[in-house]
Design a binder for this molecule. Structure first.
Ligand code: ATP
Ligand code: MG
Length: 223
């Protein structure tokens, strides 16, 4: 079995005593795993630990077999879509998307092609010159997703990326994310407190939980 991400006995307690204890999960290459649990149960804590934004107290995190615990976020083969959109309002869609690629010193023509392709993928073709303020919430969230996709991470981390959207749009975005995942073969960890997310269109997806397809976290422990 080709394990892309392995979290082993991860524990993180904040000074308040809250946090997570003994979380373990394995995600296979090309798989979409859902972390499901109520607000405050520790989902973001797990995701931020994987992305390198938090230092766990104990446990191990392996990506493609190598420990990433000592690497800062920008050196990890991960990319995270946060609960907010985190787009730069003064930059156009193109500039928002090109930023990370310029840092990687990608050639201008290649950046233009990559941005065009990813905008097709997230169904917002031709929106390069718009500013985030001219887009709806769902469209902004798709740009934030596109920005992460462009970095071609080994593992894409999504923290309730659609929670700000209304139910209908949330449903559509879930379907689209599933299609994007099928098209790109990306490994994804998707965090949600929405029971509805258990009903992902199946395919290669596994959501770990009571149904054995979603990982449930409750009061800081995997259940
Ligand atoms: N920086 C912090 N300092 C102290 N306690 C924190 C900190 N961040 C989170 N916590 C606490 O740790 C627990 C887990 O928080 P976390 O953000 O991981 O939950 P979550 O499952 O992502 O919740 P939500 O669904 O509301 O986003 C909560 O009880 C929270 O209050
Ligand atoms: Mg959270």
């Amino acid at each position: 079995m080709d394990i892309q991400l392995s979290v082993q006995q991860l524990s993180k307690r904040y000074h308040t005593g809250e946090g997570v204890t003994g979380i373990s999960l394995d995600v296979r290459k090309g798989e979409l795993v859902t972390l499901l649990g109520p607000s405050g149960c520790g989902k973001t804590t797990v995701l931020r630990s994987i992305g390198g934004f938090l230092d766990p107290d104990s446990g191990e995190i392996l990506i493609e077999g190598a420990s990433v615990l000592k690497s800062p976020p920008e050196k990890r083969p991960t990319s995270m879509v946060f609960q907010g959109y985190n787009l730069w309002p003064h930059m156009t869609v193109f500039e928002n998307l090109a930023f990370g690629l310029k840092i990687r010193k990608m050639k201008k023509a290649d950046i233009q092609k990559a941005v065009k392709d990813v905008l097709d993928l997230v169904r917002l073709p031709g929106s390069e010159n718009k500013h985030p303020g001219q887009l709806s919430g769902g469209q902004q969230q798709r740009i934030a997703l596109a920005r992460s996709l462009l970095l071609k991470p080994a593992v894409l981390l999504l923290d309730e990326p659609f929670s700000a959207l209304d139910a209908k749009l949330r449903h559509e975005m879930r379907e689209e994310l599933r299609e994007i995942q099928a098209e790109t073969g990306l490994t994804m960890v998707f965090v949600t407190h929405d029971q509805e997310d258990k009903a992902w269109p199946k395919a290669s997806g596994r959501s770990i939980s009571a149904t054995s397809a979603t990982i449930s976290i409750n009061a800081g422990k995997a259940t």
